[in-house]
Design a protein around this ligand. Structure first.
Ligand SMILES: [Zn+2]
Length: 307
């Protein structure tokens, strides 16, 4: 919050709210040292704070929810406090729940359940956005994911909020076959594998729409020249832009190699093999050895096995 007030040009006002008085005291001191006049602090229960900013002319252009654990209990009031066209950012740190260790808790918090896979981080992000979609639908609000981000300890989603009901159906399931490794998103719970007829594992209901808006990511890439950006962040932006229009779910080189009983390919080789066979393929910001493609598992194995 302090850095936004201090470093982002044209920010009218930043208000940070916390129930921890000590944290606020420190923030307040730093604001004084930096002579920030556009910075306020508030010590209130989160939803009461957000509700006090939910009337039409008092909504924020950016609302950032960064709680301990799950953001799900704040989604209603956070949406109401975000202006039309504004951005809602949500952080989740309840990774055990989002990764399938406690499915009852996942259903309670996010309305859907995860499954344990190599691409669990994508399922976690889709559960969080799915939960926003259920709440937003009730409020006649729609949204568009702009960007998602993760590391070892958190997931973060950035959504553009629109005061219009959603026309598109973006809620569905991730269908996964542990036997043949087939995976895809679908609006129905398909319990039999389309490739090998094995029982499938199903995650959801969750968000099956896009996770990135390409234009938004391109704009972030354009301004990075003016900033000092860590190499890792540059790579995340490049990969996010590449994968923005690709299908849901990704594969990892390791799981395909173990399925084929061979050494994993290099990521760039894997992608060029797939694209030169006429399919789409890209890297993904969610996994350094992951790739997205519209090519299905049996075809991928055929392409990778070809000499
Ligand atoms: Zn299968």
């Amino acid at each position: 919050g302090l850095r936004v007030a201090n470093e982002v040009k044209g920010v009218e006002k930043v208000i940070i709210n916390d129930v921890n008085a000590d944290a606020l005291e420190i923030a307040s001191e730093s604001a004084k040292i930096n002579n920030l006049e556009n910075f306020e602090i508030s010590e209130d229960e989160t939803c009461r704070f957000l509700s006090s900013h939910s009337r039409k002319n008092s909504r924020a252009s950016i609302v950032d929810i960064d709680p301990f654990g799950s953001p799900s209990r704040y989604i209603d009031c956070a949406i109401r406090a975000t202006m039309h066209g504004g951005m809602l950012a949500l952080t989740a740190t309840d990774l055990q729940v989002l990764h399938g260790l406690f499915n009852k808790a996942a259903k309670r918090r996010y309305y859907g359940t995860p499954i344990k896979t190599e691409f669990s981080n994508e399922i976690a992000i889709r559960l969080i956005i799915g939960c926003v979609s259920f709440v937003a639908g009730r409020l006649d609000i729609s949204f568009q994911p702009l960007f998602v981000d993760h590391d070892m300890h958190y997931y973060r989603t950035y959504l553009k909020i629109l005061n219009t009901p959603d026309q598109e159906e973006n809620i569905g399931y991730i269908i996964f076959c542990r036997n043949c490794k087939d995976r895809y998103s679908h609006t129905s719970r398909l319990t039999k594998c389309r490739k090998c007829n094995h029982e499938t594992e199903i995650a959801g209901p969750l968000w099956i729409g896009k996770l990135f808006e390409k234009e938004f990511v391109s704009q972030m890439k354009n301004i990075r020249k003016e900033l000092t950006v860590h190499k890792r962040c540059e790579r995340i932006l490049d990969r996010s832009e590449e994968e923005a229009d690709m299908p849901a779910t990704y594969y990892t080189l390791d799981e395909i190699a173990s399925k084929m009983n061979s050494a994993p390919l290099k990521l760039s080789d894997a992608i060029s093999k797939i694209t030169s066979s006429g399919f789409k393929a890209s890297t993904t910001s969610l996994n350094p050895s992951g790739f997205r493609t519209d090519c299905e598992i049996d075809e991928i194995i055929k392409i990778f096995s070809a000499k």
